[in-house]
Design a protein around this ligand. Structure first.
Ligand code: NAD
Ligand code: GLY
Length: 357
């Protein structure tokens, strides 16, 4: 069992990573002073892992409730938030209650949001079941839902009490979803950890064959990096922005394609390659490293190039409206070498256009 600590003073918490740990979640939660526990999930995940979690909670002496919302990003919205809040009120959850988010990033984000606003804040635990949620969204306390005028626009910073990662859940995750998590792990390598990047480069076959030792290692490395960054800058006033490498262009691609053509990790993979080339054009990154980043992305079968039908000017206009824009200036995370990035604002539009062409 691997444990990574997120150090945030009295809001610090552990990230626990191992095979088969979902069946021990109840035992671990006994150590907290929770009155009631409620599992929040969707039918896909609950059908696979609901029983093991509910039984574990019962065996530990809890009388668990569960609330199931439909599966899909389109349900990460205010309406579902309200429905969950209604269930919690009907079941008389008090301020010592705890929600357990059992699912991917959608379930984690909405559960954290509900926990942060129900009775001005109750406890919540993340039990992430996608690779992306295990290495990124379950850690760091960004919660929220989408608004029809923008993705993730309604939310809070609210930390979980525990992140409980059962890597065996990856065995049922579709390959396309696995690859989205791989894109985020490559991101950690580029922004922070050359060794992790090299591991992703050299151990591709083991990773694609779902070797669980390899997964335990790459998930632990990713969580360590995210924990370190979040501990230093919880509310993204500076350093935390580096986690958005690939996201300025990636988000623009997702917006332009209506969130239907590419999954998040795929759009980020294209964004990482193009932002590496932007860095190369600006003279911050050498060509060899830019080519290496592209080669690793390609080696997993992730997309790295902009499809020909996407218009650079349209993408740039989306970038100008992104949450990351500050005082009208777009912000890019640019690699300087593998393992190190800089935050760059005020880049000439012509240079961005060149990177997109
Ligand atoms: P997701 O939650 O939609 O899960 C993807 C699909 O996999 C769903 O259909 C889900 O039901 C299914 N699934 C989940 N676990 C499974 C398993 N073990 N076996 C089989 N199927 C399984 O998508 P995601 O990629 O996990 O998360 C994306 C969301 O995360 C987005 O809403 C994004 O905005 C958010 N996000 C948040 C943060 C953050 O810091 N809070 C960071 C990155 C992304
Ligand atoms: N996923 C980016 C962050 O948590 O800051």
């Amino acid at each position: 069992m691997e444990t990574v600590r997120v150090n945030l003073g009295e809001r610090s918490y552990d990230i626990v990573i191992d095979s088969g740990v979902l069946s021990n979640i109840g035992e671990r939660l006994k150590g907290f002073d929770f009155s009631k526990v409620v599992v929040i999930s969707n039918p896909t995940v609950f059908n696979l892992y609901g029983d093991v979690v509910i039984n574990s909670l019962k065996n530990a002496g809890f009388e668990p409730l569960h609330v199931i919302i439909p599966d899909g990003e389109e349900y990460k919205n205010y309406n579902q938030t309200y429905q969950i809040l209604t269930e919690l009120l009907k079941n008389k959850l008090d301020r010592k209650s705890c929600l357990i988010a059992l699912g991917g990033g959608v379930i984690g984000d909405i559960t954290g949001f509900v926990a942060s606003i129900y009775m001005r804040g109750i406890h919540f635990v993340q039990a992430p079941t996608t690779l992306l949620s295990q290495v990124d969204s379950s850690v760091g306390g960004k919660t929220g839902v989408n608004h029809e005028l923008g993705k993730n626009m309604i939310g809070t910073f609210y930390q979980p009490r525990l992140v409980w990662i059962d890597i065996d859940t990856l065995k049922t995750l579709p390959k396309r979803q696995i690859l989205c998590g791989i894109a985020e792990i490559i991101k950690y390598g580029v922004i922070w950890d050359e060794e992790l990047f090299n591991f992703m480069e050299n151990r591709r076959d083991e990773i694609l064959n779902l070797n669980m030792d390899a997964f335990k290692f790459i998930i632990k490395c990713s969580c360590e990096i995210k924990a370190e960054v979040v501990s230093r800058d919880e509310r993204e006033s500076g350093l935390r922005a580096i986690l958005n490498y690939g996201h300025t262009i990636g988000h623009a691609i997702e917006t332009e394609t209506g969130y239907s053509r590419f999954l998040h990790g795929e759009a980020i993979a294209i964004g990482m390659n193009l932002e590496a080339w932007l860095s190369e054009i600006m003279g911050f990154l050498n060509k060899k490293d830019a080519l290496k980043i592209k080669a690793v992305i390609d080696s997993y079968g992730l997309p790295s190039e902009l499809p020909a039908d996407l218009n650079a000017d349209k993408l740039i206009s989306h970038m100008k409206l992104d949450k990351k824009v500050e005082a009208g200036e777009m912000k890019f995370i640019l690699p300087e070498k593998i393992g190190k990035v800089k935050i760059q604002k005020g880049i000439d539009i012509e240079v961005i256009r060149k990177a997109l062409s």
